[in-house]
Design a protein around this ligand. Structure first.
Ligand code: HPA
Length: 248
């Protein structure tokens, strides 16, 4: 099995990795089913990096239909041990405005009805993994170090609130999430993070703030055009950051 220095899962607006060269595509089947699409393996700034578009490359899968287990298991099967999750999110608190990149250190799960454990099937071992620190602290610190080296501004810390979607939230839901301590809101952070823990993968999140969450900005309607434009603008430094992270 090839050594993959880093696997990257792209979220809304990130359907491929810029500067990934010599790309080969892998259709991987897992015991949990089929991942969201082909895994693209290539060389990024000298490092072997794998990329998978979480919603599919044509954004055809809503958050609750993503086979999170198959995605992570497929990345593990091709040789990845470390996963950087790119998650497009809304910003709730002041320091997490549009176009900010943030590396959260906590999360709260508001999702429901998703297959959220490897223990789902009858007869499988029941796992009760430690999840006090939902993101792997060492990988988080490496993300922050890579950001520093490459001069990409990344906000250190914050709490990611994972909602069910695919609709955006009401103002009251976001007000509750703010009271709960959430800084960021997205639809795909869970069960991905806890499944990564169950699989024994190192996992960190780099959240790309695309919009103010409902009721947090000037009250304007949130549009997909705004979301995609902000993701694009905020992603400019990602290839360098990811290449540096893969190296470390
Ligand atoms: N809420 C939930 N998920 C999101 C948002 C949001 O405001 N923006 C981008 N993904």
């Amino acid at each position: 099995m090839e050594h993959i220095a880093l696997a990257v899962i792209g979220g809304t607006g990130v359907y491929k990795l810029a500067q990934l060269d010599d790309v080969s595509s892998h259709q991987v089947e897992t015991r949990y089913g089929t991942p969201s699409g082909p895994i693209r393996v290539g060389t990024l700034l000298g490092q072997r990096v794998a990329f998978l578009a979480r919603h599919g490359e044509g954004h055809s899968l809503p958050p609750h239909k993503i086979n999170y287990r198959a995605n992570l298991a497929a990345l593990q099967q091709i040789g990845a041990t470390r996963v950087l999750a790119l998650n497009t999110v809304g910003g709730i608190t002041e320091q997490c405005g549009p176009r900010v990149l943030a590396c959260p250190d906590q999360l709260i799960d508001y999702t429901w009805g998703r297959i959220s454990t490897l223990s789902e099937e009858p007869g499988s071992e029941v796992l009760h993994v430690d999840f006090g620190h939902p993101y792997t602290p060492l990988l988080r610190s490496k993300v922050l170090a890579a950001a520093k080296v490459t001069g990409v501004r990344v906000h250190d810390g914050g709490c990611y609130g994972a909602t069910q979607g695919p609709r955006l939230e009401t103002n009251a839901e976001i007000a509750r999430m703010r009271r709960d301590g959430c800084d960021l809101v997205g639809m795909t952070g869970m069960p991905e993070a806890s499944l990564a823990r169950e699989l024994g993968l190192d996992y960190a999140c780099l959240a790309i703030v695309a919009n103010w969450a409902a009721g947090c900005g000037d009250g304007d309607e949130i549009t997909m055009a705004e979301v995609l434009a902000n993701v694009d603008a905020a992603s400019a430094g990602l290839p360098e950051l990811i290449g540096e992270l893969a190296r470390g």
